[in-house]
Design a protein around this ligand. Structure first.
Ligand SMILES: C[S@@+](CC[C@H](N)C(=O)[O-])C[C@H]1O[C@@H](n2cnc3c(N)ncnc32)[C@H](O)[C@@H]1O
Length: 413
């Protein structure tokens, strides 16, 4: 099976609603569902992010549950999988265009009713004009009563916040544009928002046409490393787990918290958006080196420790949480059910961590057998290709340019 999907269209249906770091590409989720998901009734994604696997589950008529600690990710995943009657949406879009017309062309000058958010450093990230225009949009969105429609607008607002802020768009972390770039950066906030609304409406229309509205998708906030609610997911109830976990701790790989901080703060989901990164896998630093159910991982940690104990502890912190998550996820899969993990082997201090092999070891310790590990070249996924893994200032090493898809099956019965 060739899983590279070079030049494939990755934003069909609702997949293109919002950018998100290290998204799974829908073609991979689709290929795995076609191969291992025939006739299944339930799917779980413990790191659902912006919901790629959940959208594909919906398109395959499979009930699905997702969980993620990032409120923005949960919002995006929910909106991408929630059917909305187009007629109802269109009435709200029309209301919005009328509302905006009055502001744009000066018929409405009473701006006292507009509440401008006041989170820390807001003026560092937005020009006065953008801040005012975003607040005008927010004021309309906040007053929408229908929750599904309000959230549909919030996703478009979040993407507009990102596109019109002074963040560098080619980075996952929060970096401000250079002064030169800022001087020529004059985004039209209203047009950006309208364009995103229109594009997302088309995506929704396509989802509504292709997916069965009775398929149930639920999105939850639990941290799978700590616990997975038995009420929401009874033990041995899941036919297939399909997920792409983080590649490592947020500070040295992908900072989901930083990426989402401005939107999480603007939408009132979090006071300090950046703080989220400490809650994600590997965010709490381990105090000691420990052994795992993986000889490869234990050897690799020792090797890193010889060069840099602190980085070895970072690695321990991440795999400690990853191991707990796999332990908890394992109890949810029915015997004969599959776990498909899309992972990457990142490099720390010159050691390429074998996350593919380690994932297999962790699942084997919980009653799973290895089915296969597939490999794909990463071509159309937004990923940092290089980082300072050597620890030498300025020296960049390849981070990840291949993905591995580890397929495991639960033994028994
Ligand atoms: C690689 S991304 C998933 C991307 C997703 N497949 C998509 O297509 O958008 C990994 C996700 O794991 C989440 N995450 C990290 N640690 C977590 C934890 N302990 N519990 C739940 N989610 C976590 C992050 O917030 C991030 O959204």
């Amino acid at each position: 099976m060739n899983l590279d999907f070079k030049n494939s269209h990755t934003t069909y249906s609702t997949h293109g609603f919002h950018t998100y770091p290290a998204k799974m590409i829908p073609q991979v989720a689709k290929a795995l569902l076609d191969e291992y998901g025939k006739g299944i009734e339930s799917l779980y994604d413990p790191y659902c992010g912006s919901g790629t696997s959940l959208v594909e589950a919906k398109l395959h008529n499979i009930n699905a549950i997702g969980s993620d600690l990032n409120p923005l990710a949960r919002l995006i995943a929910k909106v991408k999988t929630t059917p909305i009657e187009l007629q109802t949406l269109d009435l709200h879009l029309q209301d919005f265009y009328n509302y905006l017309f009055n502001y744009r062309f000066g018929f409405r000058t009473n701006e006292n009713s507009i509440i401008v958010p006041t989170f820390k450093n807001i003026d560092f990230w937005f020009s006065r004009t953008v801040k005012k225009d975003l607040s005008i949009i927010s004021c309309f969105v906040d007053n929408i009563e229908n929750v599904d429609i309000k959230e549909f607008f919030q996703v478009a607002l979040s993407q507009t916040i990102r596109e019109c802020s002074w963040t560098r768009k080619n980075e996952f972390k929060l970096y401000k544009m250079s002064a030169n770039r800022i001087r020529i950066f004059k985004p039209d906030t209203f047009s950006t928002f309208e364009k995103i609304l229109g594009k997302n409406r088309n995506g929704l229309k396509s989802l509504m046409k292709e997916a069965d509205n009775d398929v149930n998708i639920s999105i939850n906030s639990f941290n799978s490393s700590n616990y997975i609610s038995r009420r929401i997911i009874p033990d041995e109830s899941i036919d297939m787990v399909l997920t792409s976990p983080p590649y490592g701790d947020s500070s040295t790989t992908v900072a989901y918290g930083q990426f989402s901080a401005l939107a999480n703060q603007w939408l009132g989901f979090m006071e300090r958006g950046r703080g989220l990164d400490n809650e994600l896998m590997g965010g709490k630093k381990a105090g000691r080196i420990q052994n795992f159910n993986s000889l490869l991982l234990n050897d690799q940690i020792r090797e890193i420790e010889r060069a840099d104990r602190s980085r070895a502890l970072d690695v321990v912190s991440f795999y400690r949480d990853y191991y707990s998550s796999i332990r908890n996820v394992s109890t949810k899969v029915r015997p004969g059910g599959y776990a498909c993990y899309v992972v990457s082997n990142r490099t720390v201090r010159g050691v390429q961590l074998g996350t593919g092999e380690i994932t297999k070891d962790f699942f084997e310790a919980h009653g799973f057998g290895h089915v296969e590990t597939l490999s794909r070249n990463i071509s159309n996924k937004r990923m940092p290709k290089k980082n300072s893994a050597s620890g030498v200032k300025g020296k960049k090493t390849p981070l990840m340019n291949k993905e591995l898809i580890v397929v495991m099956q639960k033994q028994g019965r």
